[in-house]
Design a binder for this molecule. Structure first.
Ligand SMILES: N[C@@H](CCC(=O)N[C@@H](CS)C(=O)NCC(=O)O)C(=O)O
Length: 209
């Protein structure tokens, strides 16, 4: 049944939509791509806002399903097309950590790193995303003794965290900690990562929007 559905990814080059693109490449499912050029303001068009009222990319449609926010897209796709492989099953012990790292990636890592890049370092206690140094310590701590967030097993959580981490290392927002660099090296060596980068990240559009 799933094979007859048609997936469309609404993305913009050199944007956080890379995460969803990489996710689709990892799954190897067919999908159409619609470019919403955020540099031309197309993400605020009335038609696109009907799909994603936040006016941001990415958004993914799959039949009647409309989903936005990278972790939600990744969870949806992995459950539907990679259940038990890229997504731990609901009863597996790894499922809790898997969901935690998905959410942590865009609820904590991305906002606190973006603020840090702007030289805004807020006291962690009062903010849901905590302090920048604490976030770095959490990441180096979990990745210190393992290949991937769930140990030996690569999962969709590595796509969501990895896409963010890779960009932040490239932009030198994250420190070149050997643990983070090793992990990034394992992820960026993946063929699916390369296919997504080649398709969505023209070098003249660096840095990320
Ligand atoms: N929380 C969103 C963030 C997506 C996001 O930040 N998209 C940016 C591009 S990198 C965007 O669409 N910006 C255009 C705008 O805000 O007008 C996610 O994880 O999917």
């Amino acid at each position: 049944m799933a094979a007859s559905r048609r997936i469309t990814l609404y993305h913009s080059p050199a944007s956080r939509a890379f995460t969803a693109y990489w996710m689709l490449e990892e799954l190897g499912v067919p999908f159409d791509v619609r470019t919403i050029d955020i540099r031309k303001g197309e993400q605020k068009s009335p038609d696109y806002l009907k799909l994603n009222p936040a006016g941001k990319v990415p958004t993914l449609t799959d039949g009647q399903v409309v989903v936005s926010e990278n972790p939600a897209i990744a969870i949806y796709l992995a459950d539907r097309y990679g259940y038990g492989t890229l997504a731990p099953k609901i009863d597996e012990a790894d499922r809790g950590a898997y969901l935690k790292w998905m959410v942590f990636s865009t609820a904590v890592v991305d906002p606190v790193a973006t603020l840090h890049e702007q030289k805004i370092d807020l006291p962690g206690f009062n903010f849901s995303f905590g302090a920048f140094d604490d976030m770095v310590q959490v990441l180096t701590g979990v990745l210190d003794d393992r290949d991937y967030l769930l140990g030996k097993r690569f999962s969709a959580a590595d796509v969501v965290l990895g896409a963010t981490l890779s960009r932040l290392l490239y932009q030198k927002v994250l420190p070149p900690d050997p643990v983070l660099l090793d992990y990034n090296g394992r992820l960026t060596a993946r063929e699916a990562f390369h296919r997504a980068a080649d398709a969505t990240w023209p070098s003249h559009l660096f840095p990320v929007a």
